[in-house]
Design a protein around this ligand. Structure first.
Ligand SMILES: NC(=O)c1ccc[n+]([C@@H]2O[C@H](COP(=O)([O-])OP(=O)(O)OC[C@H]3O[C@@H](n4cnc5c(N)ncnc54)[C@H](OP(=O)(O)O)[C@@H]3O)[C@@H](O)[C@H]2O)c1
Length: 255
């Protein structure tokens, strides 16, 4: 994989993993464009990291994604690398009929439908690049479901299967398809879901995650599995029931 002089688009780059990846690409002399919904968060990132370019754009809006593709094409002449990173995680009890159905639909739309949408609208730009790559950020939970986050685990598993399939479709077009499957990382998402507070899970700092990503990316590794994600991948094949029970010892939260 080429290290520098690439135009990189990262969805959801205003915090956590997306921001750490943005800084890594900036440090390696690339043009980095990030997106997000919250303008104040994007402006704060810009004031801390003046080289980062941002567009306020919601990945779930067909019109906004189409406009983003048009604007980037006009202003930058297209992208080389698309990183589908934007995501949310909800812990919930499916047995509780009062749980928030809208949030579950949003989780599916952001985590799974949106990468499909982004690839669709940026495909023509990626086809024109000589260094084209798509990087989908799924999760170690794509290998083993975390029952406390049932919709989340399902979206990440769907993203994982879709990523493996489209790799074959896009190879003849010289578009590489990589997948980053993080473990628990110390980000606002993990804190909001309370998983970063679980001492057993030991969240990885986002800078360390970005280091592991960079190593895998430079080596053209199709599935980058930092930290415990490597064990989750292995155990999901060797002892799927055992690892499922290990990961799901905690009671389902009353949410
Ligand atoms: N942290 C972990 O433990 C962990 C582990 C495995 C995988 N992951 C995955 O890593 C990715 C990044 O997560 P993170 O932990 O870095 O979370 P985060 O810090 O909460 O960042 C999520 C980013 O996505 C953006 N976003 C959310 N919904 C969006 C939408 N509809 N349109 C555009 N942007 C949107 C957020 O900005 P706005 O809210 O302003 O839009 C923010 O920039 C996610 O796909 C997540 O599933 C995280």
């Amino acid at each position: 994989m080429k290290q520098s002089n690439l135009k990189v688009l990262i969805t959801g780059g205003s915090s956590g993993i997306g921001l750490a990846l943005a800084k890594k690409f900036i440090d390696n002399k690339n043009t980095v464009i990030i997106t997000g919904r919250d303008l104040a968060k994007l402006e704060k990132v810009k004031s801390d990291n003046p080289k980062i370019i941002f567009f306020q754009s919601d990945v779930t809006s067909e019109a906004e994604v189409k406009k983003l593709a048009d604007d980037i094409d006009q202003q930058f002449g297209g992208i080389d690398v698309l990183i589908n990173n934007a995501g949310i995680m909800c812990l919930l009890d499916t047995g509780n009929e009062a749980n928030d159905l809208t949030r579950q639909y949003a989780e599916i739309d952001i985590n799974f439908n949106s990468p499909v949408r982004l690839v669709h609208y940026f495909l023509s730009q990626l086809k024109k690049s000589k260094e084209a790559a798509i990087i989908n950020v799924s999760s170690g939970l794509a290998y083993v479901p975390f029952a406390q986050a049932p919709v989340y685990s399902a979206t990440k598993s769907a993203l994982h299967f879709w990523t493996r399939s489209i790799r074959l479709h896009l190879k003849p077009h010289n578009i590489k398809v990589l997948e980053l499957l993080p473990p628990v990382v110390d980000t606002p998402l993990a804190h909001a879901a309370d998983i970063a507070e679980d001492d057993n899970l030991k969240p990885m700092p986002s800078e360390k995650l970005a280091e592991a990503f960079w190593k895998g990316y430079l080596n053209n590794k199709e599935e980058i599995t930092p930290g415990i994600s490597t064990q989750l991948k292995l155990m999901s094949r060797l002892a799927p029931n055992f690892i499922f029970k290990q990961l799901n010892k905690q009671p389902i939260p009353k949410k």
